[in-house]
Ligand binder design. Structure first.
Ligand code: HPA
Length: 284
């Protein structure tokens, strides 16, 4: 079955069975149980290369796993040790604009839960809506707005993951956000903290939409993360989210937006971004 079909037209028990099959496949290839999951977004793929004693599993080899199609996003799981913590990193993630369902996008998070992770670090590139931000800033995500108008938990609930109506009042762990701020301060790294609004893309927003999202309380905008975080919180996983402000959102600066600018900025700040994440891991 193709991953794009996840959650569509198949009995839900098949879907949960697929999660277990993927987890069993990975379990047979690893020695230790991972503690921390990592979803490495645009620009942070290099962190995967820092993982020690890595076991690398291309998504294409894992039963039922979706595959990523975007430039700048690889497609492999890297399992090993980073800063003394046992991690499982997704080098490359999936997006709704690629045509995947929210269930497919979040399939790996549930697989990581089955493998034993207790916390999850999610990174992404985002456009700055808050006009006090600058391209290259890092932003700890304090909360999100789900403007994808779809939800990965729609459908029968699997009680073995979590409850039917999960609480989202502290989706982005206050404990981990405090640690992230302390580590940034110790590294003399200026850091922002704000609300991420998740859209489907793939177009960038219009200036009118950006004004609307600012009015609604958003500080940064992107095309990922919210679905993964909803699934992680449903399963009781503690979440830390960090955005790299890769550009100012539409209508703030005179120039048009481009994926090139996003990639150039993430490339420029990847070392301080990686250093921050590495500094946080031992305290998680
Ligand atoms: N909008 C949406 N997604 C993004 C942006 C943006 O400006 N920059 C990086 N991802």
């Amino acid at each position: 079955m193709s991953a794009a079909e996840h959650g569509t037209g198949h009995a839900q028990h098949d879907f949960f069975h697929m999660i277990n099959e993927a987890a069993d496949f990975i379990k047979a290839r690893i020695v230790e149980i991972p503690q921390i999951g990592m979803i490495l977004g645009s620009g942070l793929g290099m962190l995967a290369k820092r993982i020690e004693s890595p076991i690398v599993i291309p998504y294409a080899e894992i039963p039922h796993f979706p595959r990523s199609t975007v430039e700048g996003h690889a497609g492999e799981l890297v399992i090993g040790t980073l800063e003394g913590r046992r991690v499982i990193a997704m080098n490359g993630r999936f997006h709704i604009y690629e045509g995947y369902t929210p269930q497919a996008i979040t399939f790996p998070v549930r697989v990581m839960k089955r493998l034993g992770i207790e916390s999850l670090v999610v990174t992404n590139a985002a456009g700055g809506i808050n006009t006090s931000y600058s391209p290259g800033d890092l932003m700890i995500i304090s909360d999100h707005l789900n403007m994808q108008f779809r939800h990965p938990l729609i459908g029968p609930n699997d009680d073995s993951f979590g409850v039917r109506f999960p609480d989202m009042s502290a989706a982005y762990s206050p404990r981990l956000r405090a640690i992230a701020k302390q580590v940034a301060a110790a590294q003399s790294l200026g850091i922002q903290e704000g609300v991420y609004v998740g859209l489907t893309g793939p177009s960038y927003e219009t200036p009118a939409e950006i004004r609307m999202f600012r009015t609604l309380g958003a500080d940064a905008v992107g095309m990922s993360t919210v679905a993964e975080v909803l699934i992680a919180r449903h399963a009781g996983i503690e979440v830390l989210g960090i955005s790299c402000i890769s550009n100012m959102a539409a209508g703030i600066l005179p120039q048009p937006l481009s994926h090139l600018e996003v990639m150039e900025t993430t490339e420029r700040v990847k070392d301080s971004f990686a250093k921050l994440v590495l500094g946080i891991l031992p305290h998680m």
